[in-house]
Design a protein around this ligand. Structure first.
Ligand SMILES: NC(=O)c1ccc[n+]([C@@H]2O[C@H](COP(=O)([O-])OP(=O)(O)OC[C@H]3O[C@@H](n4cnc5c(N)ncnc54)[C@H](O)[C@@H]3O)[C@@H](O)[C@H]2O)c1
Length: 351
């Protein structure tokens, strides 16, 4: 079978540029086309990276139009307003990234037909916030293989903080954040391991100390993007590296298991579960069992279970406990078009 190694990056802003740079430095692809509504911007970024790319190995980097995506195995979409511009940087706002949904869904409406015309069979990686509902939107448009960057980055953040706290190498820590990429995401504490041992058993000497540590780590992970934006206007480098890693898994058919967002027929929405990732994109999610409700919901989002987001859905299903509120949330979410789900969210928060 022909091995296609061409990747398209849509958006030459902070995130698109970081994706491009990471793809080049990690040698994730052989050919990369950068597209932006401002062609001059794409040309500037591509030219800049191209000169340095000489040091990285054989990779062709160029700016282009949508038609130039023809033959791409994977297209990363990063266009849209970010949290800073879209006013989604308030930690106490339960809507979080969903505030960007209406605006970014409109932008997607504009660009998806153009991508489809050139690369209908490409794997599409949705990075724009909020990535999970936008991935649903992209799938509904007609793309067959759609991924959301989901909670892969959040899981790396969790592993980082656990490794730091335990003073061990990050690769010795296995921990996952599941559900939605957003403030209702679920940190799977009961599944976190260090060298095979449950993290919870080594996180502190007393229950009180463990709770304090967990509280602190939850805060860091859940609001990492806001902390980054407060210092640097946009969060881009982490997601750039994560996107390049996802591209590698697809292009090299790695069949690696990572937490990544894909449409889950069981829940009727896109959410992140540990999933097998290879040439066809997502191929299977592995179901998760939570040890107990309290283990995972410890210090959860400020509005516990208020959101209609997939995170709470995933959790309640996994823990086998359905609450009326989640049922309403799921029904509402399913009925929602992406552009309406912010309204639904607001309604639910009030109930
Ligand atoms: N999934 C994640 O983990 C994650 C992490 C960081 C940022 N993001 C999201 O990525 C998105 C991009 O963020 P950013 O900081 O790069 O923003 P940015 O403003 O720097 O760049 C956005 C780019 O999109 C382009 N664009 C806008 N509308 C377009 C259209 N109709 N057609 C083509 N191009 C268009 C703009 O020209 C600009 O270059 C945001 O939604 C942000 O919240 C997601």
């Amino acid at each position: 079978m022909e091995q296609r190694m061409k990747v398209g990056v849509i958006g030459a802003g902070a995130v698109g540029s970081a994706c491009l740079l990471s793809l080049v430095l990690r040698r994730s692809a052989r050919e990369i086309v950068l597209v932006d509504r401002t062609r001059k911007r794409a040309a500037g970024v591509a030219t800049d990276v191209r000169y340095g790319a000489t040091l990285a190995g054989a990779v062709d980097v160029r700016d282009g139009d949508y038609a130039d995506l023809a033959g791409a195995a994977l297209v990363i979409i990063t266009v849209g307003v970010n949290e800073k511009t879209g006013g989604a940087t308030d930690r106490s706002d339960p809507a979080g990234r969903l505030r960007l949904l209406d605006t970014n869904a409109r932008i997607y409406k504009d660009i998806l037909p153009q991508i489809f015309k050139a690369a209908a069979d490409a794997v599409v990686l949705v990075v724009t916030d909020p990535p999970d509902p936008l991935a649903d939107f992209t799938r509904r448009f007609g793309f067959k293989r759609v991924l959301s960057s989901g909670t892969f980055l959040d899981s790396l953040r969790l592993r980082f903080h656990l490794a730091q706290r335990l003073n061990v190498d990050l690769h010795s820590v296995d921990a996952q954040v599941l559900g939605e990429h957003g403030t209702s995401e679920v940190l799977l504490w009961s599944g976190a391991r260090v060298g095979g041992a449950p993290v919870l058993s080594v996180l502190g000497r007393s229950e009180q100390e463990r709770d304090e540590v967990r509280r602190g780590i939850e805060r860091e992970v859940r609001y990492a993007n806001i902390t980054i934006i407060e210092g640097n206007q946009a969060s881009q480098y982490g997601i750039g590296m994560v996107s390049a890693r996802i591209v590698e898994a697809v292009l090299f058919d790695e069949r690696v298991v990572i937490p990544i967002g894909s449409f889950n027929p069981k829940y009727g929405v896109t959410l992140s579960l540990p999933s097998i990732l290879g040439r066809e994109g997502w191929s299977r999610s592995l179901s998760q069992r939570c040890r107990s409700k309290n283990a995972e919901l410890f210090n959860a989002a400020p509005m516990p279970f208020a959101a209609l987001l997939p995170g709470s859905i995933a959790f309640s299903r996994a823990s086998g406990s359905w609450r009326a509120r989640e049922l309403i949330a799921i029904t509402q979410y399913r009925r929602c078009s992406p552009s309406r789900s912010l309204q639904c969210q607001r309604r639910l928060v009030r109930t």
